[in-house]
Design a protein around this ligand. Structure first.
Ligand SMILES: C[S@@+](CC[C@H](N)C(=O)[O-])C[C@H]1O[C@@H](n2cnc3c(N)ncnc32)[C@H](O)[C@@H]1O
Length: 351
């Protein structure tokens, strides 16, 4: 027997889900054509006014604006026939420094779709898909997705939560940012702590090129450089601080990485591991954050790890208990949750 009320609830959920999924291309068009920023700068505008300000065809724009208003991404005033970007929506769609800027998330959703043709065959044979072989500019999308979180938390909240790291960074410390990707975390730290030296390592050469360009662009080339290296063989030694931002779970051999970090840290050094927020049990993660991370994990993180030696495939929702096990198996004596946000847990490991 079909329970009508339950069926209607599922259908209602599907309408919402499909509405979100169908918005991905439209939000990205609005981002690329500067429509959110133009509306944010100018306030309420008619179709014709926005078309002229942004240099956009009016017919397409009217349809796009109608979708955005129907989605509650924009507001519409029938009396004036003007569309506007409310302040709260501006934080999500237009203001890059906002803690809830989500254009990177829409870019990442596109990367998940683009990855289907690579990941689907792996479901059958069980192998991985190497980070560098994944579709489109998944690396750009990942960097843009994580950047607002780092910009708003890393220097102000996360580093101060570590035991004594802030003082060392202010005096002059030696820091490795491993799995640095496009290097936004490294650049932010180098800007905040000019007396310290930062080196970003990643095994993906084109990410290292992008990171090097970002460092030059942001004027930190003097205390920040990038090198190709894996988490198990990067060459530096005697670091005061090693950081891993959203990458330990992507690694094939996270225990091997942990052991290498231990070898490259000073005896009183710290390892900061930033990982997606997750509970230890599957059922703890049946929430909107867990849902998004399981999708990213299936399409990006698990294939990345399975393409490497060992192929531990921790997944992006590994949870603190599993992460502690990995970290201590590499030889660390203590691990604690230093702080957290709704999206990340920040662990500190000491030798
Ligand atoms: C999800 S991205 C995070 C990138 C960056 N830390 C950030 O937060 O934007 C994971 C990164 O880990 C890197 N990575 C994965 N396995 C690695 C390994 N074994 N050694 C070094 N880097 C690795 C990838 O190249 C990628 O840049």
């Amino acid at each position: 027997m079909i329970d009508e009320a339950k069926l209607n609830q599922v259908i209602g959920q599907m309408l919402g889900d499909l509405g979100g999924a169908s918005s991905i291309a439209l939000v990205r068009i609005g981002d690329k054509l500067g429509l959110y920023k133009t509306l944010h700068q100018n306030g309420p505008m008619t179709v014709a006014e926005l078309a002229s300000a942004a240099g956009i065809d009016q017919r397409y724009l009217r349809e796009w604006l109608s979708h955005q208003a129907a989605s509650n991404y924009l507001a519409y005033d029938p009396a004036t026939q003007k569309f506007s970007l409310p302040e709260e929506q501006a934080m999500v769609f237009a203001i890059e420094e906002s803690p809830v800027y989500m254009q990177g998330a829409f870019e990442l959703m596109t990367a998940l779709l683009d990855n289907q043709s690579k990941v689907e065959p792996a479901f059958k044979h069980g192998g991985g898909v190497a980070w560098g072989d994944q579709a489109g500019c998944m690396f750009c999308a990942v960097a843009r997705f994580f950047r607002p979180g780092y910009h708003n938390n890393l220097v102000s909240q996360w580093l101060p939560a570590l035991d004594g790291a802030l003082e060392k960074l202010q005096r002059g410390a030696k820091v490795a940012d491993v799995g640095c990707g496009h290097g936004w975390s490294t650049v932010l730290m180098a800007q905040a702590f000019p007396n310290s030296q930062f080196v970003g390592y990643d095994f993906h050469p084109s990410s290292i090129e992008a990171a090097t360009a970002h460092a030059a662009e942001h004027g930190v080339a003097a205390n920040c450089r990038f090198e190709v290296g894996t988490a198990k063989d990067y060459p530096g030694r005697e670091f005061d601080l090693v950081t891993f931002f959203d990458c330990l779970h992507d690694m094939g051999d996270p225990v091997g990485a942990s052991a290498h970090v231990r070898d490259t840290l000073k005896p009183d050094g710290s390892w900061m591991i930033v990982e997606p927020m997750a509970g230890d049990r599957l059922e703890d993660n049946f929430n909107p954050v867990g849902r998004l991370y399981y999708a990213g994990s299936t399409m990006i993180c698990v294939p990345t790890s399975l393409s490497q030696e060992v192929g531990a495939a921790l997944g992006a929702q590994a949870g603190e208990a599993k992460l502690r096990e990995v970290i201590t198996s590499g030889g660390f004596a203590s691990v604690r949750r230093a702080t957290e946000t709704p999206f990340n847990m920040i662990l500190e490991a000491r030798p």
